[in-house]
Design a protein around this ligand. Structure first.
Ligand SMILES: [Cu+2]
Length: 142
């Protein structure tokens, strides 16, 4: 099994859980743990504290870098859509999918998610068929 097929298998297996997930999202469980720090329509500036924010570019159909590194705690990711289509990032943390806002072309979103434990966490884009086209990666939390 390749990494991609593992993620694809996970996504297929979780379709039933999707319904539960939607209900949970409505209740606000997911919203409670995901904080959107800010949204801007301009590209990020150089000089952002690299130690605090890991920058990830979203493009057709890949994440760059595919293995971003972030310190544990409140992991802050700067998601910069440099492509022509909408993208996002779903990170699997202890069996729970944490979903970023969808990022429009040209937009940059700073997204914060709580990951207390060091380790590697699979992520992907859940726009239609982007996962199958290879939009997957692994977040390395140190
Ligand atoms: Cu995508």
């Amino acid at each position: 099994m390749t990494f991609l097929s593992n993620v694809s298998e996970y996504c297929r297996a979780s379709r039933t859980a999707w319904t539960i997930g939607v209900v949970a999202a409505v209740v606000g469980v997911v919203a409670a743990v995901v904080a959107v720090v800010g949204v801007s329509g301009v590209a990020a500036q150089d000089g952002v504290d690299a130690g605090a924010v890991a920058r990830v570019s979203l493009d057709e159909y890949l994440f760059e870098p595919a293995v971003p590194v972030a310190p544990s705690g409140a992991v802050r990711l700067e998601l910069a859509n440099v492509g022509l289509r909408r993208h996002n990032m779903v990170v699997l943390v202890d069996g729970v999918e944490i979903e970023s806002p969808h990022v429009r072309p040209g937009e940059t979103v700073v997204w914060e998610l709580p990951i207390a434990r060091a380790g590697t966490y699979a992520f992907w884009c859940n726009e239609y068929r982007h996962l199958e086209k290879g939009m997957v990666g692994t977040l390395a939390v140190e």
